[in-house]
Design a protein around this ligand. Structure first.
Ligand code: SF4
Ligand code: SF4
Length: 176
């Protein structure tokens, strides 16, 4: 698409990189903020492979450049869109035009059996086609289930990954 990172280094703050003990709100110790990676030639493989949604998806409008939006759009697990917000601007996702875009993308994503989450630090919000569900602090060992309740309404829940109800894909997990 011809898009470039430019002065953005936000993924080096909001994404968790185990190899550098960084992420989820703390700048990586190797990041020269606004400039780039100080260990570019030897950076972890996952850093070299990462491209945010702004760079690769033409459905993401130009105002989503992460240096401006303070939100990194990430595809996870093949079915999830995660809007990962800079904890320094935790309410940014609720501002327009980004909030309107996220709501519209949630309608499209759920029609394709995809899930839309907003992550601010270690807190997670599920964006459903018709409303939001605050799921609170979510640990590494927890999973987010979204879907329709028996009455047809949308819901979301947080479940431990070892919960036996996840064996059937979480279909029997009670949704908020
Ligand atoms: S968040 Fe996207 S645009 Fe910003 S540095 Fe990372 S990959 Fe580049
Ligand atoms: S190692 Fe480099 S590319 Fe990876 S998170 Fe740190 S600063 Fe960013």
């Amino acid at each position: 698409m011809g898009r470039v990172c430019g002065s953005c280094t936000l993924c080096c703050k909001v994404l968790k990189i185990p190899e550098t003990d960084s992420g989820k709100g703390q700048w990586c110790r190797h990041c020269s903020v606004g400039k780039g990676c100080e260990i570019y030639e030897t950076r972890p493989q996952r850093c070299g492979e990462f491209m945010c949604g702004y760079l690769i998806w033409d459905k993401v409008p130009a105002h989503w450049h992460p240096a401006r939006s303070r939100i990194v759009v990430v595809s996870e697990l093949g079915f999830r869109l995660n809007f990962t917000v800079d904890p320094g601007t935790p309410g940014r996702w609720r501002e327009m035009p980004w909030y309107g875009d996220i709501k519209a993308m949630a309608v499209m994503a759920f029609a394709e059996n995809r899930q839309v989450l907003i992550t601010v630090g270690n807190k997670v919000i599920a964006m459903l086609p018709d409303r939001e569900v605050e799921l609170g602090v979510t640990g590494e060992d927890e999973m987010i289930v979204t879907g329709r309740r028996p009455d047809g309404s949308w819901g979301a829940a947080k479940v431990h990954k070892d919960d036996s109800r996840m064996a059937d894909g979480g279909l029997t997990v009670p949704l908020q």
